[in-house]
Design a protein. Structure first.
Lengths: 408, 980
C-alpha cells in the first residue's frame, strides 16, 4: 500500500488580534470583525474534520502576546479539543508574536496538541495504526526574536520514517519587507530532503517552491487593508512520490480594494447610483471590507469632497449594505481627482504662491506636527510618521493651502 | 502699468469729463479745494477695484443718471486696455477691453492687478496727509500686513485661509483643550487604554484563579470527605448512644451467659417429669424410710445390747477365771508354811556371820560366790609368795660380783689405748699410699675416655644432620599444607600445618637437649690427674708405723672381748632379775584379783585364806537354803498374783472399779457378769428376727421404687447430674439460659436495628458521657466544617464564575479591538490634523518669509529717503520688532524712538517709508502711485526735497500727484501740470 499522510498547514492565526487601519465600523460589523479570527479558526477545524486529515500544523503566531487576550487561548483550546474528539493531532510552534516567555496565560491544551517546546529544533513522530508515518520538526520562539538561521538544525533523525516535515516560522533572507526572523535561504531548505516545509510568519500566501513544497500558507484572516483577498490554509496530501496541495479559504471577512471611475458624474445622485451598481457587482461568499478609490478629473468633485457630500454618499451606500448577510462595508475611500490644474505652474508670477511652493519643498513636517505627535498624552497612541507619510502630509497641506488661497 | 486716460460719464461732480495722463514724469493735478481732486482720485480707484453699491450711490452725479466711466491703462504684458464700469451695468462690475477687442471680466482684472485690492492699493500707492497720524503707532504686524497685502494673493485671502485652517485645527485639536475631536479621542483612548490594561490585568489573574479554583476544589473534596467521615462517626456515636442501654443489657446478658456453662444438657420437660416421678416416689420413700427407721431402731437396740454384751471370749474368759477360785485358796495355805521355815534359817545364818567377824553382812553373804577353784587359788598364792621371797635375796648377791669384774677390765683397756698412734696421722699415711696407686689407675682411664669422645663427636654430627633434615622437611610439608589450606580454606589443613611445624621444632629441640646432656656426661669424664708422688722410703716407714699400730690394736681387741663376756653375764643377770620381778608382779596381780573379788580378804593375811574359805563355804550353804525357801514363797506369790493379774486384766477391760476390789469380790462380780451376758444374748436374737422381717418389707418397697428411680436416674444422666439439687440447679440454669438467650435474641434484634452489620463484638467499653461529648464535639466540628465547605463552595462558585466569566468574557477582546480601532481613528485624525497644521505652518512660514524679503528692501529704501530728507542727519532706520516701535539712529550714533522725534521728523520718516514701500512694490507690480496732498505740513525746504524724490520716482513709475498748494506746483514747473 502506498504510504500517505494528509494534513492541514496553517500559520499566523493571530487570534483576537485587532484589525489595523479601521478607524470606525458600525457596531454589528465591529462584532463580526472581532470574531473573524475565531471564525477562521473554526473554519480551520471544520476543514480538518471534513477532510479527515491526520494532523494539523500551525506554524507560529497563533495569537499576539502584545495584545494578548485570554479569549484567544481559551477558544484555541476549545478548537483543539474539538480536533481531539476527531483524533486529529495538532503540531504547533510559537512564533515571534506568541513567543513562549511572553505568554501570560499559559493554558493547558489537550493531549492531541504537540508544541515544540524550545528554540532548539526538535521533532515529534506521528504514528498511525502503530506505524511511524511522519516526523515533524520545528522550534518555538522563546523570546521576541530568533535572528539566527535555524535550517542547519533541521536534520532527519530517523530514515525509516517515510515523511519528514519541517515547520519554520521565519522569512527568507534579503526579504526587506519583514524583520529577518529565523532567516533561511530556499536553497538551504531544498538540501534538507524534507518532504514539506510548512512556513509561517509571512501573511501573504505563497508557494516558494513546488518540489519539495516550501509554502507560506499565509494568515487565516486578513486584518489589514493590504491583506486583501482570500486567506486560509493548505490541505496537503503527501504520498511517497506525489504531493497534492489545495488551498482552503478560511477567512470570515475579506479585505477588498476597488476603483470606480466617477468622472462622468456631474450629479451627486449619479455618483451614488454608480457606486451602488458597482458594488452590487462584487460577489463574495464572505462579508467584505472595501477600500474604495474614486477616480475623477471633474473639478466639481473637489467641491463635493470639501462639502463632505462624498462622505454622505458613502454612508448612504454603506447603510443598507452592512445589514446584508454577506455584508460589505466601505471602510476607507479616496477621491483621486486628476484636474488639469497644477498648482506649481498656474501661480508662477505670484510672489506669495511662489514663496509657498518654495516653502513646501523642504518643509519640516515633524516640527510642525510636534504639538500633537510629541504631546505626552497623544504620543503613546500615535504611530511615528514615516517619510512617505510626511511627504504625503506635506503635499496635501500644500495643495490645501494653494487651493484655499486661490479659491474663487 | 500706467494710466493713459480716464473718461468719467458721471462720478460726483464730474460728468462727461475726460482726463489724459502723461506717460512720463509726474502728473501734477492742481486745483483749489473742492475742485474735485479727491473725486477724481476715487474714480480711478473705483475703476480699478469697484465699489460697493451704497458707496457708489454717494458719488452718483446729481445731473445725469449714468454713474461710471472708463479708465484706460497700459500694462506691460497685456498692452493697453480699458476698464469700463457703470453703476447700472452688471452691478458695477468691470468690463475690460483690450486693444485686440477682447473683453474680460472682473476676475481677469484682479488677476491682471496681481490680486491687489483697493485697500492694499490705497495703503501702498495712494496716500494722504491723514495717514501720517497713524504712523506713530505702527507696529511690526501692521507693516507686515501692508506688505502682505501687496501681491496676487492678498492678505485677505491669506487671512481667511489662516482663519479657516485655525478653525479646522482647533476643531480637531488644541494642546490643552477638551472639546476638539482629537482631544476627545485622546481622552477616550486614554480611558480605553486604561480599561484595556484593566481587563488585561484582570485576565492576568486568570492563571491564579485557575490555581485557586483547583486548590479550592481539592479543599472541598478533602473537607467533604472529612464531613462524611464525621457524619458517619456521629451517626455511629448516636447509634451507639441509642444502643448504649441495650448494649449494656446485652453485655450484662452476655456476662451472665458467659457464667453459664456452654452446653447445658437437660431432658425435655425434665422438671415436670421429675416432679411427677417425685410425687409417685414420695409415699414409697416415706414407707421405706419408716421401715428403715424401724430397722435402725432394732439395729440400734441390737447394737446397744451388743455393745453392752461383752465379747464371747470375755465371757469364756470369765468362765475360765471362775475356775481359778479353788487354786487360789490352796496357794494361800502353802505360802504360810514356807514363810515359817525361812524365818528359822535366817536366824541361824545371822549367828554364824557374826562369829566370823570379818566385816561381812548378810547381803554380802547372799551375794558371795565361791567357786570350786577358789580354795586352790588361795592355797597356790600362799605357796608362791613364800618362793619369791627366797629368790630375791639370791639375785642381789650375783649382781654385786659381776659389777666388780667389769670395772677391772675397763681399766686395762684404757692403759693400752694411751699408747696407740694418733688415728689422724695414720689415716694420712694411708691416704698418701692410696693416692699413689689411684693415679696410675686414672691415667689409664683418661686414655680410654678420649677415645670414647672422638667416637661420640662423630655420632653427634650425624644426629644433628638428621635433626636439621627433619626440621626442614617438616617446615616444607607445613608450608605446602599452609598453601593448600589457603587455597582450600580448610581448617584441617591449617591444623596439619601447625602440627608439622610443631613436630619439626620438637624433634629438633629434643635432639638438642639430648646432645647437650650427652655432652655434659662425656665432658665430666675428663678427670684431671693429680700428681702426688710418694717415694719408697717413706713408704716403708709408714708401713712400720702401721705394723706396731696394728699389734697394739690387737691387744685392745682381746681385752674388749673379755669385757664383752662380762657384759653378757650382766645382761643374763638382768634377765633373771627381770623374770623374778615379773613373777612377783604376777603374784601381786593374783592377790589383787582375789581382793577385788572378795574385799574382805584385804583384812586377812594370805596365810589364813584357806581356812577362811571353809568357814565361808558353810555360811554360803545356809544362805543358799534360805534363798531357796524365799524362792518358793515367791513362786506361790507369783501364782496368786497371776490369778490376780488375770482377774485385773479382765476387770481392766470390763470394769475399772473391779480392780480396786480384792480377788474374791472380783470373782463374785465375774459370776454376775456371766449371768448378764446370757440374758442379753437372748434379747439380741429376738431383735434380729424382727430385723429380718423388716428387711423383707424394705425389699418389697424397693422393688416398687426401682422403676421410678431408674427413670430419675435416666433424667439425671441426661442432665449429667447425680443429685437432685444439682438437677434442680441445672433446671434453673437451663431455664435461666433459655430466658437469657431469648432476651439476647431480642437485644441482638434491637442492636441490629442500630447497626447494620451483624457485628457480634460490639465494643462495650463505651462511656455514655464520652459518647455524648464526642458526638457533641463531632457535631460542632461538622457544623464548623459545613460552614467552611459552604464558604469554600461559595468561593469556588465565585471563582468558577469568574473563570467562566473570564473565559467567555468578551470585555478584554472588545476593549482591545475598540482600543485598536480608536487608535487607528486617532491616527487618521492626527494625519488629518497634521495636514491642516502643516498647511497652516507652511502658510505662516511663507508669510514670514515673504514679509522679511520685502521688508528689508523697503527699509533700505526708507533709510535712503530719510537720509536724503534730513540732509544726512540720520544714518539708519529700524523697523518695529520685538514689541518695539520704529527707531532711528543719527549719524553720531544716537538712537531715537519714534515718539522722541519731532512731528516734522516723524512725517519725514513716514514719507520716506511710504515712498520706499511704493517704490519697492511698484518695482514688483508696476502700478502708478497716487499722492493726495501728502506733504501739506512740510516747509518749503523739505517740500522741495520731497519733490526731488518724487521726480526721481516718477522717472520709473507714473505718479499722480494731487495738490492744492501753489508752491508745490512750482516745484514741478517742468513736469506735466493738469489744472482742474
Amino acid at each position: 500500500m502506498v504510504k500517505q499522510i494528509s494534513f492541514i498547514h496553517a500559520a499566523d492565526l493571530h487570534l483576537d488580534s485587532p484589525y489595523k487601519g479601521l478607524s470606525y465600523t458600525p457596531s454589528a460589523i465591529f462584532e463580526q470583525i472581532r470574531e473573524s479570527t475565531f471564525h477562521a479558526l473554526e473554519h480551520l477545524v471544520d476543514a480538518a474534520i471534513r477532510k479527515q486529515v491526520d494532523f494539523v500544523l500551525i506554524t507560529g503566531d497563533l495569537f499576539d502576546n502584545e495584545r494578548q487576550s485570554l479569549k484567544a487561548q481559551v477558544r484555541l483550546k476549545r478548537a483543539f479539543e474539538k480536533l481531539e474528539a476527531y483524533h486529529i493531532n495538532v503540531y504547533m510552534s510559537y512564533g515571534n508574536h506568541d513567543y513562549i516567555k511572553g505568554n501570560i496565560h499559559p493554558v493547558a491544551y489537550p493531549s492531541n496538541v504537540y508544541i515544540f517546546p524550545e528554540e532548539r529544533v526538535s521533532h515529534f513522530t506521528y504514528t498511525k495504526n502503530d506505524e511511524e508515518l511522519a516526523a515533524i520538526y520545528g522550534f518555538s520562539y522563546e523570546n521576541r526574536a530568533v535572528l539566527q538561521n535555524k535550517v542547519s538544525e533541521y536534520e532527519i533523525k530517523d530514515d525509516t520514517i517515510p515523511f519528514h516535515i519541517g515547520m519554520l516560522h521565519g522569512s527568507i533572507q534579503n526579504n526587506t519587507e519583514h524583520d529577518h526572523y529565523a532567516p533561511f535561504q530556499l536553497s538551504e531548505l531544498e538540501r534538507t530532503n524534507f518532504h514539506y516545509w510548512a512556513l509561517g510568519h509571512i501573511h501573504k500566501r505563497q508557494i516558494l517552491k513546488e518540489d519539495p513544497p516550501v509554502v507560506y500558507s499565509g494568515n487565516t484572516q486578513g486584518r489589514h487593508r493590504k491583506e486583501t483577498g482570500e486567506k486560509g490554509c493548505y490541505h496537503v496530501i503527501l504520498t511517497e512520490n506525489d504531493v497534492e496541495m489545495t488551498f482552503l479559504p478560511l477567512q470570515a471577512i475579506k479585505f477588498t480594494s476597488i476603483m470606480v471611475d466617477v468622472d462622468d458624474c456631474n450629479d451627486i445622485f449619479e455618483l451614488e447610483k454608480k457606486l451602488q451598481t458597482k458594488i452590487e457587482q462584487i460577489s463574495s461568499d464572505v462579508p467584505s471590507l472595501l477600500e474604495l478609490t474614486l477616480l475623477s478629473t471633474n473639478e466639481i468633485h473637489k467641491e463635493w469632497t470639501r462639502e463632505s457630500l462624498i462622505d454622505e454618499v458613502i454612508e448612504l451606500v454603506n447603510e443598507p449594505a452592512t445589514v446584508k448577510h454577506n455584508w460589505f462595508y466601505i471602510y476607507k475611500y479616496e477621491m483621486k481627482i486628476n484636474t488639469p490644474f497644477n498648482a506649481m505652474n498656474s501661480y508662477t508670477g505670484d510672489p506669495f504662491t511662489e514663496e509657498l511652493v518654495h516653502q513646501g519643498e523642504n518643509f519640516p513636517v515633524k516640527t510642525s506636527v510636534g504639538e500633537l505627535y510629541l504631546q505626552k498624552k497623544a504620543r503613546r497612541y500615535l504611530e511615528v510618521l514615516s517619510k512617505e507619510e510626511e511627504e504625503t502630509i506635506k503635499q496635501e497641506a500644500l495643495e490645501l493651502v494653494i487651493n484655499e488661497l486661490h479659491r474663487k | 502699468m500706467k494710466f493713459i486716460s480716464a473718461t468719467i460719464n458721471g462720478f460726483g461732480k464730474w460728468v462727461d469729463e475726460s482726463f489724459d495722463f502723461y506717460n512720463e514724469g509726474v502728473n501734477c493735478l492742481y486745483g483749489q479745494n473742492e475742485s474735485g481732486k479727491s473725486t477724481l482720485h476715487l474714480f480711478i480707484l473705483f475703476m480699478l477695484f469697484g465699489m460697493p453699491p451704497k458707496q457708489r450711490n454717494f458719488y452718483r452725479p446729481k445731473t445725469s443718471g449714468a454713474l461710471g466711466g472708463r479708465l484706460t491703462i497700459e500694462a506691460k504684458h497685456i498692452g493697453r486696455f480699458t476698464i469700463e464700469r457703470f453703476d447700472g451695468v452688471r452691478n458695477g462690475s468691470a468690463l475690460c477691453y483690450t486693444e485686440d477687442g477682447s473683453q474680460y471680466d472682473e476676475e481677469w482684472l484682479t488677476e491682471t492687478l496681481q490680486g491687489i485690492s483697493h485697500a492694499t492699493y490705497q495703503s501702498i500707492f495712494s496716500f494722504s496727509a491723514n495717514d501720517l497720524n497713524d504712523f506713530r503707532n505702527m507696529k511690526e504686524d501692521d507693516l507686515g500686513e501692508v506688505l502682505l497685502g501687496i501681491g496676487l494673493t492678498g492678505s485677505t485671502a491669506i487671512h481667511s485661509v489662516e482663519k479657516m485652517l485655525d478653525n479646522k485645527i482647533s476643531e480637531l485639536f488644541k494642546p490643552y483643550g477638551k472639546k476638539p475631536l482629537i482631544n476627545q479621542e485622546l481622552d477616550q483612548l486614554a480611558l480605553l487604554h486604561k480599561e484595556v490594561h484593566q481587563s488585561a490585568s484582570e485576565e492576568k489573574i486568570y492563571q491564579n484563579k485557575n490555581l485557586e479554583s483547583d486548590k479550592l476544589s481539592q479543599d472541598i473534596r478533602t473537607m467533604e470527605e472529612q464531613a462524611k467521615q464525621l457524619y458517619n462517626e456521629r451517626l455511629e456515636m448516636e447509634r451507639k448512644q441509642q444502643a448504649l442501654p441495650v448494649m449494656k443489657q446485652y453485655s450484662e446478658l452476655r456476662e451472665k451467659l458467659g457464667e453459664l456453662p456452654n452446653s447445658l444438657p437437660f431432658p425435655e420437660d425434665g422438671l415436670t417429669r421429675y416432679e411427677k416421678l417425685k410425687s409417685e416416689i414420695l409415699p414409697l420413700r416415706s414407707e421405706f424410710s419408716f421401715l428403715v427407721a424401724n430397722e435402725k431402731t432394732y439395729e440400734n437396740r441390737i447394737t446397744l445390747l451388743q455393745e453392752q454384751l461383752p465379747a464371747e471370749e470375755r465371757y469364756k474368759e470369765a468362765v475360765q477365771l471362775l475356775k481359778l477360785k479353788d487354786d487360789y485358796t490352796s496357794f494361800v495355805r502353802e505360802k504360810e508354811n514356807w514363810q515359817s521355815q525361812l524365818n528359822k534359817l535366817q536366824n541361824r545364818l545371822k549367828m554364824e556371820i557374826n562369829q566370823l567377824n570379818i566385816g561381812i553382812s548378810m547381803e554380802d553373804v547372799e551375794r558371795l560366790h565361791l567357786p570350786f577353784h577358789t580354795e586352790k587359788n588361795w592355797n597356790q598364792i600362799k605357796i608362791s609368795s613364800g618362793d619369791l621371797e627366797k629368790e630375791s635375796i639370791q639375785l642381789q648377791q650375783e649382781q654385786k660380783e659381776l659389777t666388780n669384774q667389769r670395772m677391772y677390765t675397763m681399766n686395762q683397756i684404757g692403759e693400752l689405748e694411751d699408747q696407740l698412734l694418733d688415728p689422724h696421722h695414720v689415716s694420712k699415711i694411708k691416704e698418701n699410699l692410696r693416692l699413689s696407686t689411684e693415679n696410675e689407675l686414672i691415667k689409664r682411664l683418661s686414655m680410654q675416655s678420649a677415645k670414647k669422645k672422638i667416637k661420640w663427636e662423630e655420632e653427634r654430627k650425624k644426629k644433628e644432620k638428621y635433626a636439621s633434615l627433619g626440621l626442614w622437611g617438616s617446615i616444607i610439608v607445613a608450608l605446602i599444607l599452609g598453601l593448600v589450606a589457603m587455597l582450600a580454606d580448610s581448617s584441617i589443613y591449617y591444623v596439619g600445618t601447625i602440627t608439622f611445624l610443631i613436630i619439626g621444632l620438637l624433634q629438633r629441640v629434643l635432639l638438642h637437649r639430648y646432645l647437650d646432656g650427652m655432652e655434659k656426661i662425656i665432658g665430666m669424664e675428663e678427670i684431671q690427674t693429680t700428681n702426688i708422688g710418694i717415694d719408697d722410703e717413706e713408704r716403708k716407714e709408714a708401713e712400720n708405723l702401721l705394723a706396731s699400730y696394728e699389734s697394739t690394736k690387737k691387744d685392745i681387741a682381746a681385752l674388749e672381748e673379755t669385757l664383752k663376756s662380762i657384759k653378757l653375764k650382766l645382761m643374763k643377770w638382768n634377765e633373771k632379775n627381770k623374770m623374778h620381778i615379773d613373777a612377783y608382779h604376777v603374784l601381786e596381780g593374783r592377790i589383787k584379783q582375789q581382793i577385788d573379788l572378795y574385799p574382805f580378804l584385804l583384812h586377812v593375811e594370805i596365810d589364813y585364806w584357806p581356812e577362811l574359805y571353809h568357814n565361808l563355804k558353810h555360811i554360803v550353804t545356809l544362805s543358799q537354803e534360805a534363798l531357796e525357801t524365799k524362792e518358793n514363797i515367791k513362786l506361790l506369790e507369783e501364782k496368786k498374783e497371776k490369778i490376780q493379774l488375770e482377774l485385773n486384766q479382765f476387770s481392766a477391760t470390763e470394769n475399772r472399779e473391779w480392780t480396786q476390789k480384792n480377788i474374791q469380790e472380783q470373782l463374785r462380780e465375774l459370776e454376775l457378769f456371766t449371768t448378764d451376758y446370757n440374758s442379753n444374748l437372748d434379747k439380741i436374737k429376738q431383735y434380729r428376727q424382727q430385723i429380718r422381717e423388716n428387711t423383707e418389707q424394705q425389699l418389697a418397697v424397693k422393688e416398687k421404687l426401682n422403676p421410678y428411680e431408674t427413670e430419675i436416674r435416666q433424667l439425671y444422666e441426661v442432665a449429667q447430674v447425680d443429685t437432685e439439687d444439682s438437677y434442680y440447679f441445672k433446671a434453673r440454669q437451663v431455664q435461666e439460659k433459655l430466658e437469657l438467650e431469648k432476651k439476647k435474641t431480642t437485644l441482638v434484634r434491637q442492636l441490629n436495628n442500630f447497626f447494620d452489620d451483624q457485628e457480634e463484638k460490639h465494643n462495650v467499653d463505651w462511656q455514655e458521657e464520652e459518647l455524648a461529648s464526642r458526638a457533641q464535639q463531632i457535631k460542632t466540628e461538622e457544623i464548623e466544617l459545613q460552614k467552611n465547605v459552604e464558604k469554600k463552595r461559595q468561593e469556588l462558585a465565585n471563582i468558577r464564575a469568574e473563570i467562566l466569566q473570564m473565559e467567555t468574557s468578551e470585555t478584554h477582546s472588545y476593549k482591545l479591538h475598540q482600543f485598536e480601532m480608536k487608535k487607528d481613528r486617532l491616527n487618521e485624525l492626527a494625519k488629518e490634523w497634521a495636514v491642516l497644521k502643516t498647511a497652516k505652518e507652511m502658510l505662516s512660514e511663507t508669510k514670514r518669509n515673504y514679509r522679511d524679503t520685502y521688508l528689508s528692501k523697503v527699509i533700505q529704501q526708507t533709510i535712503y529717503y530719510f537720509g536724503f530728507l534730513t540732509d544726512g542727519r540720520y544714518k539708519s532706520v529700524h523697523p518695529p520688532g520685538d514689541g518695539q516701535a520704529f527707531y532711528v539712529v543719527t549719524h553720531d550714533d544716537i538712537h531715537f524712538d519714534v515718539s522722541e522725534l519731532s512731528k516734522g521728523t516723524v512725517d519725514q520718516l513716514y514719507i520716506s517709508l511710504r515712498f520706499a514701500v511704493s517704490e519697492v512694490m511698484s518695482n514688483e507690480f508696476k502700478l502708478p502711485i497716487i499722492m493726495d496732498d501728502a506733504f501739506i505740513h512740510f516747509d518749503t525746504e523739505r517740500a522741495e526735497r520731497i519733490s526731488e524724490i518724487i521726480k526721481n520716482i516718477a522717472s520709473k513709475h507714473q505718479v499722480l500727484l494731487f495738490t492744492c498748494k501753489k508752491n508745490v506746483v512750482e516745484f514741478f514747473e517742468n513736469e506735466n501740470i493738469i489744472r482742474l
